[in-house]
Design a protein around this ligand. Structure first.
Ligand code: COA
Length: 149
């Protein structure tokens, strides 16, 4: 059993621990705090399994564009659908809050994430040269446009 819920201030440390376990350069605790406290312009969700945060995802809302900033699932919990659940939730929330297009960056070598995003409708829009460090790598810019109603 899992619980998908909006992140709250009490989750900051758990989110940082997930980030640290997953990325070579984790976000600063202060940055995570800023994001979670700014409820008007940020959307953060976590997934709990056995009352522990095992995954999180966040997005920024800027004018009419969403920007997915991060999605991370602890290694032991991957390929169980949690990444897709989180991404779908962000997409739904971004569009519900008036965003017309959602953007994200992804390492060109990150096949797992690209496959996930493609399956949810994202397409590659461009390339940012040397966007990432540790290791240095280009990023694909991917986006998803809101369907006309
Ligand atoms: C990318 C990530 C979030 C995916 O999370 P996940 O919970 O394992 O993803 P899901 O189980 O929801 O997978 C959904 C679909 O994505 C694709 N996918 C996920 N992982 C994959 C992999 N390792 N290889 C190929 N396809 C993969 C598959 O199509 C999968 O569906 P399937 O399992 O039915 O084949 C996870 O691998 C992760 O945290 N990676 C490290 C952090 C990261 O790269 N974040 C994205 C930064 S842009």
């Amino acid at each position: 059993m899992f619980v998908l819920r909006r992140a709250v201030e009490a989750d900051i440390e758990s989110i940082y621990q997930v980030d640290k376990a997953v990325f070579t350069i984790p976000w600063l605790v202060e940055s995570i705090r800023d994001d979670i406290e700014d409820k008007d312009n940020r959307i953060y969700y976590v997934i709990d399994v056995d009352d522990q945060v095992i995954a999180y995802a966040g997005a920024w809302l800027v004018a009419d564009e969403g920007q997915i900033t991060n999605i991370a699932v602890l290694p032991n919990y991957r390929r169980q659908g949690y990444g897709a659940i989180l991404t779908r939730k962000l997409i739904k929330e971004c569009f519900a809050q008036g965003m017309q297009e959602i953007f994200l960056e992804v390492r060109v070598s990150n096949q797992a994430a690209q496959t996930l995003y493609r399956r949810l409708g994202f397409t590659v829009k461009g390339l940012r040269k040397q966007y990432y460090s540790k290791p240095t790598e280009d990023a694909y810019i991917m986006s998803l446009v809101k369907e006309k109603e």
